[in-house]
Design a protein around this ligand. Sequence first.
Ligand code: GDP
Ligand code: GDP
Length: 436
Amino acid sequence: MQKPVVAIVGRPNVGKSTIFNRLIGERISIVEDKPGVTRDRIYAEAEWLTTTFRVIDTGGIEVGDEPLLTLVRQQAEIAIDEADVIIFIVNGQEGITGADEEIAKLLYKSNKPVVLAVNKMDNPEQREQIYEYYALGFGEPYPISGAHGLGLGDLLDEVVKHFPKFDHVQDEDDVISFSLIGRPNVGKSSLVNAILNEERVIVSDIEGTTRDAIDSTFERDGQEYTIIDTAGMRKRGKVYEKTEKYSVLRALKAIDRSNVVLVIIDAETGIREQDKRIAGYAHDAGRGIIIVVNKWDTIDSKEQSMEQFEEDIRMHFQFLDYAPIVFLSAKTKKRLHTLLPVIRLVSENHAKRVPTNVLNEVIMDAVAISPPSSIKGKRLKILYVTQVSVKPPSFVVFVNDPELMHFTYQRFLENKIRDTFGFVGTPINIFARRRQ
Ligand code: GDP
Ligand code: GDP
């Protein structure tokens, strides 16, 4: 599901990072606990009441040694491009400054919802001064104290009111939505063009739920596919090119809207650290994943065989051991025809339900052959397994005591399920629950 994006803007030292950290609370540590995934700190997920959203701290972006006003302007522009709602922070101990007015002008032109927060209002007496901030033209100013965590609830209540209602494109069962993510220059745009040139495009240039995404739908063998195009990024100017963090945010939005994500690797340059980070996002999001090795035309197959390359990928992307690998060339179109069938297969697996009786037979047989070892004299008992959801397939294992479910045993059960039902390309979740 697509998540609303909130951007925090304001000149340096008004307290953007402090508030960012307040908003994301403990979540950041949960996110960082996941293996294989490094997070940038300029955006993170936050939750208010029942809504999950993404927060960007535009203060974290520094594009070179820019003068203050240029920097502030760039940050505001990014916020305007990316965010659904903007929190504009000023410093309540300093009054309105020239830079604040500069930002206000840009935000005003953007027509995005802006909620004004007056920070560093640590004491109730200071609240008298709040009225001066009406002058910025964003309606009611919200007094807050990032340092003491005051006023944030009222602020968030207001922010949440402005969240857009997204249509859930990816929930349409008959269309397979997929996106291409990867570092700059791995060949994402070339591959999109290559696919679209081969296919009969039904609709294109449709403004997606995200303003700047250009989605194209085509049909192949009676199946409709929508490419969620992230190439919009390429047209958007230098800030994006220079800030990897922004292309990542772009990729996250595309991932949210996809059933299947193609992680594109450049055969010519080989695997880079950044590739792993990008792949980590798709894995975390629980989407179907295919690793696509593009520019295969540049590889002399005698020198570097597919098997060798595959070995390399498996070593670097251990958390994606379920993802199939497709080798192709967007340029020569060699092996391009192998891609769509794999996308279809992975999408089907991502939405697959298995019959409960067969599932239980398989698990009980596995448990009988390799019973769990006991932990501190207690032994895990597995009573019953059921699939509770799809996209990705998720299973609940009812046990005597969830604490006794060791992750290696969980992994063993996952492998049994994969071996039997063939969930190629999709992550699967297994949860242990107590049942007496
Ligand atoms: P940023 O540059 O906008 O990200 O600002 P920071 O979050 O780094 O904060 C700048 C300074 O203001 C730091 O020294 C913070 O400790 C301080 N600060 C942030 N919020 C508050 C607040 O609510 N009250 C007070 N008194 N100081 C704050
Ligand atoms: P993007 O930034 O990921 O969208 O990458 P582009 O599609 O713009 O491609 C970057 C460069 O790689 C361009 O010069 C392309 O012509 C080149 N390129 C893309 N696909 C292939 C391929 O399959 N083989 C070769 N040799 N070059 C390719």
